[in-house]
Design a protein around this ligand. Structure first.
Ligand SMILES: Nc1ncnc2c1ncn2[C@@H]1O[C@H](COP(=O)(O)OP(=O)(O)OP(=O)(O)O)[C@@H](O)[C@H]1O
Ligand SMILES: [Mg+2]
Length: 383
């Protein structure tokens, strides 16, 4: 028996077998288990091209087709505009193929009953626009484009009285270093004063140490350079503040604060979105995870499906944390009362269902070749 419809859509699906037929994909039993899993947190860890995104799109069809949620109650997030466009298209096509919703894009996503699918950054931008005032952020704050960021940082560096004896790289490299450090501090939610204290402690500890090789001798130099750069980051941040400007890192950090300190925002969003799909979860940063778990995790038992492949993590250098995948069950716990006693935890079930949880992904399930190699890094995904 399908659950009673909450979506206003007459339930059309009753059996997972129908999904295979409607979408033309011979889902494995493991995939089917993830697609039809109850409305609770689950994480799917599987190798490159093993069908993670396909499972997410099919899950939307199943949940909408069985009347458990309305299409506009689905929130899907991924990294690039291109990936978001593709995911939206896959979900739309799948719903269309299943005869559940129009296969053509609607002008107004919410009014037209369409899932809301966007990038993590666009979602953060919208969240701040709608709720930023709750943490004192004026709606006048503007988003800094990359070129303007570079210009502003270059101006700060050029105007700095110095001296900066430890900053020996070229002007352009130093501007890039300044921006990278600013971004990483935001994505890891580390304040400049905490980093300063850490680097000073490190230098003190190294004072008496015998640094026996060239690599070790580089450590105090790097710490001194970072301390000098930190002063410039602070000047750059003051300049952004003065001009009422934000960049992506600031946005995510502010959203994390919003989610952490204003529980009513989570309540509003959980009411709006009954189902949340997080693609490429291995690339989310600490700040993004705090934002997402603050809104949809932390014991709410909300129906969040995160999918990822640790072997494809490409943003480690800018604050992404593959640990987010491993720690998903802690960040998005299933309330004990809601967990069926005889069933393994969502993560175990999903991980077992996935084609690989090991560092070396096993081959994807038998299917048509798709012309993409193994888990090689894919630079430039956040186009
Ligand atoms: N059980 C299956 N049988 C046949 N084809 C499948 C099956 N599952 C997925 N596919 C197909 O495999 C292809 C790759 O799937 P998908 O893009 O969802 O993988 P992914 O795990 O998200 O990849 P990536 O790691 O690159 O994000 C798609 O064309 C999809 O239709
Ligand atoms: Mg994918």
């Amino acid at each position: 028996m399908p659950p009673a419809s909450v979506s206003g859509v007459t339930p059309r699906l009753t059996d997972p077998e129908q999904l295979k037929e409607l979408l033309g994909i011979p889902f494995t039993p493991e995939q089917t288990a993830c697609i039809t899993a109850p409305l609770a947190p689950q994480v799917i860890v599987a190798g490159a091209g093993s069908g993670k995104t396909t499972v997410m799109a099919a899950r939307v069809v199943w949940l909408v087709g069985t009347g458990q949620v309305a299409p506009e109650q689905v929130l899907g997030l991924t990294f690039t505009n291109k990936a978001a466009g593709e995911l939206a298209e896959r979900v739309r096509r799948a719903l269309g193929e299943a005869g559940i919703a129009p296969g053509e894009p609607q002008d107004d996503a919410a009014a037209g009953g369409e899932p809301q699918i966007s990038t993590y950054h666009a979602f953060a931008g919208r969240l701040l626009k709608e709720h930023g005032l709750r943490i004192g952020l004026e709606p006048t704050a503007r988003l800094l484009a990359d070129a303007t960021r570079f210009q502003l940082a270059a101006r700060v560096l050029a105007a700095s009285p110095g001296p900066h004896p430890a900053l020996t790289r070229s002007f352009a490299d130093l501007v890039a270093d300044l921006l990278a450090l600013d971004g990483e501090l935001s994505e890891h939610l580390v304040t400049p004063s905490r980093l300063r204290a850490h680097d000073r402690e490190l230098l003190t500890a190294l004072e008496g140490a015998r640094l026996t090789n060239a690599d070790l001798r580089k450590v105090p130099d790097a710490a001194r350079a970072r301390l000098e750069l930190l002063g410039l980051v602070e000047a750059y941040r003051r300049e952004k503040n003065r001009r009422d400007l934000l960049d992506f890192g600031d946005q995510i950090a502010l959203c994390a604060e919003l989610a952490r300190t204003r529980p009513e925002v989570g309540r509003i969003l959980r009411e709006q979105f009954a189902v949340v799909l997080l693609d490429e979860y291995q690339d989310t940063s600490v700040a993004q995870r705090i934002l997402l778990a603050g809104l949809f995790g932390g014991g709410t038992g909300h129906a969040v499906t995160a999918v990822g492949d640790p072997c494809q993590a490409i943003y480690g250098w800018r604050g992404a944390s593959v640990a987010n995948l491993d720690d998903f069950p802690a960040h998005f716990p299933t309330p004990t009362a809601a967990r069926p006693a005889a069933t393994p935890s969502a993560r175990t079930a999903a991980a077992a269902a996935a084609s690989s949880t090991s560092p070396t992904p096993s081959p994807p399930p038998a299917r048509a070749p798709r012309g993409r190699g193994g888990p090689a890094p894919r630079p430039g995904r956040r186009a």
